[in-house]
Design a binder for this molecule. Sequence first.
Ligand code: SME
Length: 154
Amino acid sequence: MGKESLYRQAEAEIYSVTDGENNVIANMASVSCLLNFAFEDFYWVGFYLVDPEKENELVVGPYQGTLGCLRIAYGRGVCGEAALSGKTQIVDDVHAFAGHIACDSKTNSEIVVPVFNKAGALIAVFDVDSTKISTFDQVDQLWLEKILNTVFTK
Ligand code: SME
């Protein structure tokens, strides 16, 4: 099945599970699980939350995969860059990305999408890592932004 079809199927599953649920952590856990099992290339899938107790710092949230770093300062690594800029980051080769945080040496490419709430405030970043080079493109960006926007701004 192509990427578009896999996203369409995962999207339907995600909406059916999260519909009517307003708990952010429950929704993040469900999104991580369903996307992780939908795509073979997804190796680490999860959220880094904006820490309400520490300014400009992300703390690990619900995820599927190997052990993730616990904290990431804004501006550090791909996640920190997404948090600082508020813009999706696609990295074809993490080894060529200055300041990349290597939580797991198996990661070779990644996409990180900022997550906003209904009020437009940044609440987290969503990080997907792959063991292959150049796994992610604009198709992933469009689908992930759409799904995250639908689930977390309702
Ligand atoms: N790859 C991320 C760090 C988090 S993990 O890989 C789980 C980054 O450089 O932002």
